[in-house]
Ligand binder design. Structure first.
Ligand code: ATP
Length: 301
């Protein structure tokens, strides 16, 4: 725990007085931003305010015109999912294998990882369909999968849910929450305040080339307990509907995780046990303090 608190204070990546100019237009203007280990940060801003430019600056993929970028993460441990993903003449598996090769992964290791990602994203592994024939949602899943290929320490996502239908949005939101539970450091840009409020520990707004902290209306500020548990699927179906005080819920590999209003947590725990569930862990919701906390021992990917 002590180690986690210390890690939380170490910036994984830091921009100081960063400048980026395109054709005389200064998009980043003496911008300073630190991303702490295990933190999830949402980046809001109007169209053209420079969100993609900032994500690229954080990744180190794009050079700055001025200022500095400091990072403790090697480039290969940074996953980046751009806002546009090409419709290629490859199947998803062929594409991900090629990406693994380019990144210098051993073929067996890449295949192990790709299989896990197919499972996590619930994509059909055997299909030969090419990316150019994929739906937008499937394509975005492959985009996120390539960013997660090498178990990144820092995950940068440019508008990860933009233009997707409701079921895919829900599915991908749950995956983001699972990655967050594992302690992954994530920065994502979005136009959606609701997504930012739901997933991020911290929200910043990009305006006039700089970032300002932002508080979203309707954010829940009262404390939560994060409860991880197992339930039989059949029992889980009706479980939440009857329960007040559940603010977030998601599932992966048979483990359910709920963020429950603190004053309802004891009742919730009793209800899980009454439904023959087993409690894996209970902890304070640390998302308002940016302290990393592991909800359970299993790793999703
Ligand atoms: N490679 C480039 N060459 C020239 N101009 C660029 C380049 N990249 C970005 N810009 C310009 O920088 C500004 C910021 O672009 P950026 O894509 O970072 O904004 P954004 O906030 O991500 O926009 P959106 O919300 O529409 O995706 C825009 O005016 C854009 O035209």
């Amino acid at each position: 725990m002590k180690g986690d608190v210390l890690m939380a204070k170490v910036p994984l990546v830091k921009l100081a007085e960063a400048n980026r100019t395109f054709a005389g237009h200064r998009v980043l203007n003496k911008l300073s931003l630190e991303i702490a280990h295990g933190e999830v940060v949402a980046l809001l801003g109007r169209n053209g305010s420079g969100k993609s430019t900032l994500l690229k600056a954080l990744s180190g993929l794009d050079a700055l015109d001025g200022g500095t970028r400091l990072s403790t993460v090697p480039l290969r441990r940074i996953g980046f999912a751009p806002d546009r993903f090409p419709r290629l003449r490859f199947s998803a598996k062929e594409y991900l294998r090629a990406m693994g090769k380019i990144r210098g992964m051993a073929p067996a290791e890449a295949d192990r990882r790709i299989d896990k990602l197919f499972e996590l994203f619930r994509l059909e592994t055997t299909t030969d369909a090419q990316l150019r024939d994929y739906s937008k949602g499937m394509l975005q899943k492959v985009n996120l999968m390539q960013a997660l290929l090498e178990e990144p320490e820092l995950l940068l996502l440019d508008e990860p849910l933009s233009g997707l239908d409701a079921p895919t949005r829900t599915e991908l939101t749950h995956i983001l929450l699972l990655l967050k539970e594992q302690g992954m450091t994530i920065v994502f840009s979005t136009h959606e305040r609701e997504l930012a409020a739901r997933v991020a520990d911290r929200v910043v707004q990009l305006q006039d080339g700089r970032v300002e902290p932002m508080t979203l209306e309707g954010e829940e500020n009262s404390p939560n307990r994060v409860i991880a548990f197992r339930l039989m699927d059949a029992a889980a179906q009706g479980f939440y509907a009857a329960f007040e005080g559940v603010r977030q819920r998601y599932e992966g590999q048979g483990i359910w995780i709920c963020h429950v209003q603190a004053d309802r947590a004891d009742d919730f725990l009793r209800a899980v046990l009454a439904a023959n569930g087993s409690i894996l862990s209970v902890r304070e919701d640390s998302t308002r303090t940016n302290v990393r906390g592991a909800a359970y021992g299993g790793k999703i990917c």
